[in-house]
Design a binder for this molecule. Structure first.
Ligand SMILES: [Fe+2]
Length: 177
């Protein structure tokens, strides 16, 4: 007997979920992320992470816009649109994620110019150009697969950093993480 379309779909989705879960497990056990959870990062390391996270936060809305321009499924466009609205604070600049980021910098005594002057090194440069390239290439499967992992990993990396920050900035109030 041939599998029905529904069965194929389910198997495909299960396989996709397994790939995403495996990626997230790798991220969770990455030495840097594990050290964040265990509060073993130095202040210098977390500030450097913060500078890179800001570059990523600033560019992420453009990644979503690129994907929206290249997606032909109205359902997916709608989901991406919701994500973009969320990034942009639903029309309120003070709730935009990048504004939360700049507020966090201020909270720990860093300025916008500290952020602007940060000298990007290879890791963050690769991350940003990978995101840009993936969001502008033709295969929607690849770009959406990237997005699944990217969205899934944020809650892991931010939880790790919240834990790492609590050592040096215990009174931190930010909604960024
Ligand atoms: Fe965000």
């Amino acid at each position: 007997m041939f599998p029905t379309t529904e069965t194929v779909k389910c198997e495909y989705i299960l396989e996709l979920e397994n790939f995403v879960d495996a990626s997230l497990d790798r991220i969770r056990s990455h030495p840097f992320i594990a050290a964040g959870f265990d509060r073993r990062l130095s202040q210098q390391q977390i500030v450097r992470w913060l500078m890179c996270a800001g570059r990523e936060s600033r560019s992420f809305p453009h990644v979503i816009e690129n994907m929206m321009e290249r997606t032909d499924s109205p359902k997916i466009v709608h989901i991406l649109e919701q994500n973009l609205q969320d990034e942009n604070g639903h029309g309120k600049l003070e709730h935009a994620h990048f504004t939360h980021y700049l507020d966090l910098l201020k909270e720990i005594g860093l300025s916008n110019s500290n952020f602007e002057e940060y000298n990007e090194k290879a890791g963050i440069q690769l991350t940003l150009s990978l995101a840009f390239n993936i969001s502008t290439q033709k295969s929607q499967g690849i770009s959406l697969g990237y997005m699944l992992v990217n969205e899934g990993m944020t809650s892991i990396t931010y939880a790790s950093m919240r834990s790492a920050f609590s050592v040096y900035f215990p009174a931190i109030q930010t909604p960024f993480f």
